[in-house]
Design a protein. Sequence first.
Length: 347
Amino acid sequence: MSNQQTYNVAVVGATGAVGRKMLETLEKRQFPINELKLLSSKRSAGKTLTYNNQTYTVEEATPESFEGIDIALFSAGGGVSKKFAPEAVKRGAVVVDNTSAYRMDGNVPLVVPEVNEADIKDHKGIIANPNCSTIQMVAALQPLKAKYGLKRIIVSTYQAVSGSGAEAIEELKTQTEDFLNGDDMKAELLPVKGEDKHYPIAFNALPQIDVFTDNGYTFEEMKMINETKKIMHDETINVAATCVRLPVFTSHAESVYVELDDTPSVEEIKTLLASSDGVTLQDKPEEQIYPTPLAAAGLPDVFVGRIRKDLNQENGYHMWIVSDNLLKGAAWNSVQIAESLVKNHWL
Ligand code: NAP
Ligand code: 3JN
């Protein structure tokens, strides 16, 4: 019999696009679970989900749901985290929160383990998982920052609809079928649920993810800017972002321009990234090898390719970064944080 310590784990938002990937990832990693509790809103209470070939009944989340829970993985929206994360902490759980509710809170570590795992130990009950677009970018850029210094990032994203949840996946499917059948496409959700205007996502590209802020950037863009500085512990990095939604189901892609302090060769950068944790280099233009969203889907790594020097700026470099937004961008990063809590005795 194994003496391995096991933990009571709650997944909040278990029926959602991210929650389902959380379950898949916990199972794949054989996370040491004693009891598993699957929580959702009243709507899905009573539904069943399988984990390790066992059937679990989903329950409505209430404050009492967290009695006896050691680790709670939240991905049910910021409002749910604001309401229930403190209740979970009060009852002794450590929360790994996938929403933006606490990301910029000075008392809450914001963690991508390949970048700032040590920040986890300072938690006071809640650890925040960054936005998916931020995670894949900082995971790829941290090795460059550590070795060559990082002054500036300009990023344009090409984001999958699964970042907007299960309903957005359905909207892309339905619009695609309607368009191919010669029917009108109904746009009811994207770019942002509840906003005045909606545009079809099928066969389209929408330069709006989340609502606009007063400075003309969207919240998604501001998340990338602010979260990058917090995770990298560097307020001096200049970051600009343009976030775009594409008719892709899974994996976000990013065209990234960086200016470094130093001027390494492209070969030096490739060698560094090829040996970096969580990063896979796919960069052989002569063989048309570069990352794509379809190929990255279902895999935990951050894929980097198309690395080249800027033609005018000596310390400027361009690259293409792709990762499964529901795995490294959400579920896998959260489970990595949970694994680190356990491994380092930081619970
Ligand atoms: P989704 O597919 O729409 O799923 C939403 C989940 O939240 C469902 O399980 C839903 O349960 C649950 N939920 C909704 N209201 C609830 C309530 N009052 N109490 C308890 N559970 C409730 O959305 P998703 O794509 O999985 O995303 C969920 C959240 O994760 C997002 O809002 C966001 O905050 C976060 N997220 C983070 C990233 C990232 O970048 N790290 C990426 C995507 C999402 P029902 O089945 O009962 O409706
Ligand atoms: O749109 C994407 O590709 C990522 C979306 C993330 C998201 C969606 C709804 C609410 C977030 C997030 O994690 O930043 C939130 C939120 O919690 O603010």
